[in-house]
Design a protein around this ligand. Structure first.
Ligand SMILES: [Zn+2]
Length: 67
């Protein structure tokens, strides 16, 4: 199955099961964060770049952490 060839219809986001939020264990703490795959909408966004979003979050996390 190829994502690019699927019809464009809303699919429940698998990562958060439609909740729009996922548990992030970044930094060793469990924290609810907006689901990067659906951007909090609970529906999968075709072509959503969760990896890129994650990188931005990681960067933000590093910036707010006092070392
Ligand atoms: Zn989601």
């Amino acid at each position: 199955m190829n994502d690019a060839e699927e019809p464009r219809e809303a699919q429940p986001c698998m990562a958060c099961r439609g909740a729009g939020k996922v548990i992030s264990t970044l930094g060793g703490r469990k924290k609810k964060v907006m689901c990067p795959w659906c951007r909090g909408g609970g529906e999968r966004i075709p072509g959503a770049d969760a990896q890129e979003w994650r990188v931005e979050q990681d960067r933000a996390h590093v910036q707010t952490r006092t070392v």
